[in-house]
Ligand binder design. Structure first.
Ligand code: ATP
Length: 313
């Protein structure tokens, strides 16, 4: 199997803050790989290292077979960054933005024009092709940004939160664009905090927490890792909610102090449910409502990166 990204034992500190503590990551060529992590988990740091923008302290990192530290130039020729690094010039139209990138990438005038037309069609930009980018909606701008990153298709495309702030329809359009782009053989590293986005787009997902990859697998594999269903206990008052948090000792419990809900992973066996309800009754923490749902990627994320029960209180 060929891998576009090969990272082993990668470490990086800022002063005394250890951000990456030994990250291992392998991304199969042609796949969309989701990198998930809470705010401050180190996603941007990892992306910046892979994109040769910053150095690292220990371990190794290779992109398209090149060492990111020793062969940075070769790596740069194989990658493209989008998202918060967007390079769209607001004074220029779609056509002008695309031609400018094409010319910068040393395509001839004829090649540039052909490539521009092709990308305008592929990324559904015809209706706005000759309007200045400054007037575009968020979704149109993202599609132009993606098109610009594909003028010369990179081996590895970094997509940073591609649909943040978009309405549902624009978001679906951008997702469709990313899927199409992935179908062309480009390897995509998607960093996102939106689990639904990772669920929709990623072939595999790595969860970064505490400076390490704490889980890796397809979205489905990760969901089954959170075995069984999730029991949601809903409380009518803070006292019951607090009592439940104190009583339930199951690992992976998550809670919402505003909605007064406590989510408890279970193995779905009737005995477990009975034991749980008995424990709650004994602790004077019987819920007002009990519901069950299949685990979502949100549950996976919250379970794997959950603060301790103490921290929730
Ligand atoms: P977010 O989802 O909020 O963008 P992230 O997972 O991308 O977060 P990073 O931006 O990689 O996280 O940051 C990881 C940690 O490193 C944070 O605690 C951050 O404050 C710290 N950090 C990042 N860049 C620097 C820097 N240049 N100097 C010092 N600390 C830094």
């Amino acid at each position: 199997m060929a891998y576009t990204v090969e990272v082993a034992g990668l470490t990086k500190s800022y002063g005394s803050t250890k951000v990456l503590r030994g990250v291992d990551l392998a991304i199969e060529t042609g796949s969309v790989h989701g990198l998930l992590g809470a705010n401050g988990a180190g996603k941007t740091t990892l992306v910046r290292i892979l994109a040769t923008l910053i150095g690292y302290d220990g371990g190794s990192a290779r992109v398209a077979g090149h060492d990111v530290a020793r062969e940075a130039r070769a790596v740069r020729g194989q990658i493209s960054l989008t998202g918060q690094y967007a390079a769209v010039d607001e004074m220029l139209t779609t056509r002008e933005n695309l031609s400018m990138v094409a010319r910068l990438r040393r395509l001839s005038r004829v090649e540039s024009a052909a490539r521009t037309d092709e990308l305008i069609a592929r990324f559904d930009l015809a209706a706005i092709a000759d309007r200045r980018a400054g007037t575009y909606s968020g979704g149109q701008r993202r599609r132009l940004d993606l098109a610009m990153s594909m003028v010369v298709p990179p081996t590895l495309l970094f997509l940073d939160e591609p649909t943040t702030g978009l309405d549902p329809r624009s978001r679906d359009q951008v997702w469709a664009t990313v899927r199409e782009l992935a179908g062309t053989g480009v390897t995509v590293l998607l960093t996102t905090q939106y689990l639904e986005e990772a669920d929709q787009l990623a072939d595999r997902i790595s969860v970064l927490d505490g400076g390490r990859i704490v889980a890796e697998g397809s979205p489905e594999e990760l969901k089954t890792q959170v075995a069984g269903d999730v029991v949601r206990l809903t409380y009518g008052d803070a006292a019951g909610y607090e009592a439940a948090l104190a009583a339930v000792r199951t690992p992976g419990v998550t809670a919402d102090p505003v909605l007064l809900t406590v989510d408890v992973p279970t193995d779905s066996a009737p005995d477990s449910l009975r034991t749980l309800l008995d424990t709650l009754a004994a602790a004077d923490a019987s819920p007002r409502r009990v519901g069950m749902h299949a685990p979502s990627l949100d549950d996976v994320f919250l379970t794997l990166t959950a603060p301790t029960q103490e921290a929730l209180r």
